[in-house]
Design a binder for this molecule. Structure first.
Ligand code: 5GP
Ligand code: ZN
Length: 119
């Protein structure tokens, strides 16, 4: 599903400011905010404001959006000072991928050594 806003979507509500979040960065197309249940010393999420259900729904038309998302991630990691030691960007897709919120989001984890492969 690809719509401007979905009524029962938690991250659409966070994007619209209807549910509060601890924001790092916001512009017309995306929002970066801290995860409510951090899995690393730094753990934030980046979401498009437009509802896209997961990475499985992306098309070539989203190329600019994705470039922007990764540029914002790099900029925020520089600002947080975690760019030197490194970080991980993850997007979970579907049941086996461990996706619990059905609105595209990129996890950014940093501040500790991260295991590979993930569980
Ligand atoms: P997923 O499991 O879908 O890949 O990731 C969803 C993430 O959203 C989880 O890490 C979870 O902690 C986070 N999350 C769920 N509800 C909220 C919320 O209301 N606020 C914030 N900031 N994060 C949330
Ligand atoms: Zn949504």
């Amino acid at each position: 599903q690809r719509r401007e806003k979905m009524e029962d979507c938690l991250f659409c509500k966070i994007a619209a400011g209807e549910i509060p979040s601890n924001k790092l960065y916001e512009d017309e197309t995306l929002l970066a905010f801290y995860d409510i249940d951090p899995q690393a010393p730094v753990h934030f999420l980046v979401i498009p404001k437009q509802h896209i259900s997961s990475a499985a729904a992306l098309t070539e038309e989203n190329a600019a959006l994705l470039g922007h998302i990764y540029a914002v991630i790099a900029e925020q990691c520089r600002k947080l000072g975690v760019d030197e030691k490194g970080y991980r960007v993850i997007t979970n897709v579907g049941e086996d991928g461990g996706q619990s919120v059905k609105h595209l989001h990129f996890h950014v984890l940093a501040g500790r050594s991260l295991a590979w492969p993930p569980g």
